[in-house]
Structures are given as C-alpha cells and as structure tokens.
Design a protein around this ligand. Structure first.
Ligand code: ADP
Ligand code: MG
Length: 550
C-alpha cells in the first residue's frame, strides 16, 4: 500500500495549490477504524470535507459520530486510517497537534473552568500559556474584537459560572477562533440550547462560513441538517452510509439512511382486541436542568391488550417519556394508570411504580435494568424485593426460594447458561435482556414499558423477545414500546405514535402507513392528514369522560 512513490508524495510540502482546479478538501479521512473492546465504534470511514462549507454528520445516538470527531481532534488514536488536512497527511496524536493543524472543537459537554473569567479560559492551554500575564491584555483585546465581529455579546472579564449555557458555548467558539482555527467541529451544539440560542448559533456559523472557515456540524437532528448544512454525511452503527448534497436530499431519505432498512421482521400476531384504557397521559411536559423543554404536551392513551409503539429518531423525548412513567423524572401534566393518578414528582421509586402495576424494561439495561456485579437471582427480584412471596419472615428474605424461582424463570425464558448464581455481567447482551424481561413480564403487569427491547440482542433472541411481548399483550396488558428500529415498531405495534422534538406528530396504523409517511413525521413535518388518523389517538372516549366530570 505504501510504495516509495506514495511515500514521496505524502512527504511533499503542503499541497496548497489545487490540482487541475478542483478544490482540495480541508479535511479528508481515509479508512478510519476504531474499536472499544468488542464495540466497533468506527468502521473504515472515509469522508471529504470541502473548505468554506458547513458539512453535517448525522446519525443516531451511538452511531460513532463523537468517536470520529475525537479521533480528528487527537483525543483517541484510530486503530487504522489516515487524516489529511489541506491535502497533507497529518498525524494528530493529541489536541495540541489538532490545534496546530487549525482545528478547533466545541464539545458536547463544555470544558470550561467555571470560576475563571472568559479571557482566562480562552488562554488556558494555549501555546502561550507560560506567558500568561503579559498575554492577558492582548487576549482581552483580541477577544473583544472577535466577539464584536461575530456578534457574540461576551464580556471577556465575566466569570464563566455567571454565563448562560448559550454564552458558555460562544466562549468555546471564541476559544477556537482565538487559536486561529480554520476548521471548527461542533458536536451536538444545540442539545443544550434554547431555540433562540440555537438560531443565534446558526447565524454565527453562517458568518464563519462566509469567511471561508470549514465547519463540521455533528447532530442527530434532521431539521438542523436541512437548515444549516451544504453537505451531509450519514453514520449508522459505526459506518458512513452516505454523503450527499443537502439540496439534493430530503428529511425522509436521511431518516431512512439513519435508521436503516432491514428485512421486515416477521412477527406473528392476531389483531388486537383493545379493552378499557389502562394508561392515560395528558399534557405531559418535561423541562431539563438547563431549562430546555424535552416533552411539550404529550397526550396518549393505551388500552388493555394493545401495543402502542413510539417511533422517532433517538433523542426526541422518548427517553424522557419512559423515565417519567418509570418514576424517576419530574414532569407536569397528568398520568393515570387504571384510573389512578401517578406521582410525577420524580420521587416515586421503582417499587411504588411496580405496586401500581407498571413493569419497566429500561432502554439502558446496564444502568437501570441490572446490577451487573450481582448474581442473576438477585437481579431477578430487583425492584420487587419487597414482594411478600420473597420474604421468609419479618427479618429475612427467602433466598433459597428466590433462587428456585429464578431457575424456573431462566428455563421459561431460555436464559443461557441457566445458572442463578452467575453475575449478570457474565451473560451475553441477549441473555441479560431475557433476565430483565423475565423479571418484568412474569409479574403480569397491567402496563409494560419497554425501551429498545432488542438493542444488542442477537437474531434468535429477538424473535423470542417479540413473542413474549405479544403473549403479554394477548393476556390483556397495555404495552408502551419505544424503539429506534422502525421495523420493530412496525411489526410489533397495534398503533404507532411518532415523536419529534418532544411532541407527538401523529398517530398511524401500521397496516396502512409506510416508511415514507413515518419518515416525514419523524423529521418533524406536521401531520398532513391528522383528521384521517384521528380515531387512532383514542381521544374521543376521554373527551366523554371529561365531559361527564365537568
Ligand atoms: P455518537 O456520538 O454517534 O452518539 P459515539 O461515538 O459516542 O456515538 O459512540 C459510538 C459507540 O462507541 C457506542 O456504542 C459507544 O458506547 C461506544 N464508545 C464510545 N466511546 C467509548 C469509550 N470511551 N469506551 C467504550 N466505548 C465507547
Ligand atoms: Mg456523540
């Protein structure tokens, strides 16, 4: 691969001139791969980013975007591949090298020191750090100029801890510009911003582009890609699946590229026979610590014996919805389960939610579903340890009985190996998920919340898990299914609700919708035919109830 001729070319001085008139990419990545243990975070990624453009990289959570950017910024070392900056192959072993190559990065989580001023933060770690004192006055002048040029409204002498999140982000941008970055990487920059702050950020990016800077915008939000970028690359599961001109693509196409199309999983099920309403959610609102609205008035209802699937690109409020229902997220609005109003103060623990008939298979089973160092049998009663059948007497739990119950559940759920004393971390992902499912499903809950049921699970186990979910439905449970796998949603759900930016954009019948239709709603397009699907929201029965009471 690296013959002498090639080597000679690589070591040539900077390729400033563009060969044959074609512009030289500001950044070119060639065959970048990076694994974290068994996780292949980046697989043979190649991409060209042209100077003076805003190039978006879109992909779901976990697709590998931040890893790729961390390699470009010298935080991680790629296992394989090359970085070419302005036509010259460049080793980037650390962030100092990245800065020297003209790259600046605005992180997902800011790295500013709160009790330092803006100007102190900006010169921290800069090459002239040793000459801190003499350079402060110079830095202050330079910062003032930059802040004015880009209308950033940042006072160099303000303490960072007194700044809003939006202003802290501007300091990160100023810091990069102060170091003369020509290439700016922004990783999920609007996740922490209010809509007005986000608009301001995009104006700043426009100005930077007009000056010839190159911007890499990492986001999982389709709207931002469509609005702000010239070119967009799509990542899925560690791979770069496409690079297209933004003007030549559509939100639907991007949504499909992000979530992928697989053979529709074949789930055998009969038509649902919905009974009485089990879950009733009204005007549910969640605001996060930064003051950003994550749920903006969600209304939904699920009846006994039906599965409502929530479709959507990850990060549009699905996680918050599950967290509120699970009892560990504060919310406003009202939730009733079997007619009982739930505590939304965020202080309801797992046990009290379970007493209310709610079982929960969390999206992130490693953090919320299992205690990895504990044996399978202890995990089997996690959240249910107060149940009378597990007590031996007033003081002791019936450990032998629990181990025996676990053995039975492991057999019924085909958990391998069927050893109750084995620590949860020693089971494969699919078998861990089966342990959680066995625990939650075997209690015959009135309502099952299930997030990403088959993430990290092998094909054989997927089929098994889907069957158990359908059985629970047929036994009369209401099921709320959240999955980023569109095929899973389409094949399991009796009704589909599409979430975007904290709202439900529409309800659909899986039998009559298709990927295009869902893709539009997932991209935040207002439902073009809400009336045609009105009956799917199940709101008329609730209106009757309200009318009776009022
Ligand atoms: P994205 O930014 O697209 O959400 P990331 O690049 O953060 O995705 O992650 C890609 C994959 O690599 C994920 O499966 C993630 O869990 C894994 N990963 C990322 N960083 C690390 C790390 N430092 N150690 C182990 N796994 C990691
Ligand atoms: Mg990321």
């Amino acid at each position: 691969m690296s013959g002498p001729t090639q080597n000679a070319t690589r070591q040539a001085p900077a390729a400033i001139a563009s060969p044959q008139g074609g512009a030289v990419p500001a950044i070119e990545l060639r065959g970048i791969s990076k694994a974290f243990g068994p996780v292949q975070a980046n697989k043979d990624i190649s991409i060209k980013v042209m100077p003076g453009t805003i190039h978006g990289i879109i992909g779901e959570n976990g697709a590998g975007k931040s890893t790729l950017m961390s390699i470009l910024y010298g935080f991680y070392k790629a296992d394989r591949g090359e970085i070419v900056i302005n036509g010259r192959e460049t080793a980037i072993p650390d962030s100092q090298a990245a800065i020297r190559a003209g790259i600046g990065m605005v992180f997902q989580h800011f790295k500013l020191v709160p009790n330092f001023t803006v100007v102190e933060n900006v010169i921290l770690g800069a090459e002239d750090g040793r000459l801190l004192r003499p350079s402060i006055a110079k830095a202050r002048r330079e910062l003032k100029r930059l802040a004015e040029d880009y209308e950033m409204d940042v006072d160099p002498d303000e303490l960072v801890e007194n700044l809003s999140v939006g202003h802290q982000q501007r300091v990160e941008i100023l810091k990069a510009l102060y170091r003369q970055a020509e290439i700016l990487i922004l990783d999920e920059p609007t996740g922490v911003l209010t809509p007005a702050e986000a608009d301001h950020l995009f104006r700043i990016l426009d100005t930077l582009r007009a000056e010839g800077k190159t911007i890499l915008l990492i986001t999982h939000k389709l709207r931002e890609i469509m609005m702000a970028t010239d070119t967009v690359s799509v990542m899925r599961r560690g791979e770069m699946t496409a690079t297209v001109k933004t003007s030549e693509t559509s939100p639907t196409e991007l949504a499909e590229l992000m979530v992928g199309r697989k053979v529709l999983l074949n789930v055998e099920k009969t038509k649902a026979q919905p009974g009485k309403p089990i879950l009733e959610v009204r005007d549910l609102r969640v605001t996060d610590e930064a003051g950003v609205a994550r749920l903006k008035g969600v209304d939904l209802e699920i009846r006994a014996g039906e599965i409502l699937g929530i479709a959507g690109v990850a990060g549009n409020g699905q996680t918050e919805l599950l967290e509120v229902l699970g009892g560990y997220q504060v919310a406003k609005g009202q939730i009733k389960v079997n007619g009982k109003v739930l505590d939304l103060t965020g202080r309801a623990d797992a046990q009290s939610r379970r007493r209310d008939g709610i079982a929960h298979v969390p999206e992130d089973r490693h953090h919320h579903g299992l205690i990895l160092d504990f044996p399978a049998w202890e995990n089997f009663i996690f959240g249910y340890h107060g149940a009378p059948e597990y007590q031996k007497n007033a003081l002791l739990m019936d450990n032998a009985g629990i181990v025996k119950a676990t053995e039975g559940a492991m057999e019924r759920f085909d958990v391998r190996p069927p050893i109750p004393s084995l620590a949860a971390k020693n089971f494969s992902g699919g078998n861990q998920q089966k342990i959680v499912l066995a625990r939650e499903i075997e209690r015959n809950p009135a309502l099952l919340l299930i997030g990403q049921p088959t993430r990290g699970v092998d094909i054989g186990a997927i089929e098994f898990i889907h069957k158990r979910i359908i059985e629970l439905r047929d036994a009369g449970a209401a099921i709320l299914l959240v999955s980023v796998e569109l095929d899973e949603i389409r094949s399991l759900s009796d009704r589909i609700a599409v979430m975007f930016d904290g709202e439900i954009m529409g309800f659909r019948d899986p039998a009559t919708t298709d990927e295009k239709d869902l893709g539009l709603l997932m991209a935040g397009m207002r439902d073009p035919s809400p009336d045609a699907h009105e009956d799917l929201a199940h709101e008329d029965s609730e209106a009757d109830d309200d009318g009776g009471e009022g």
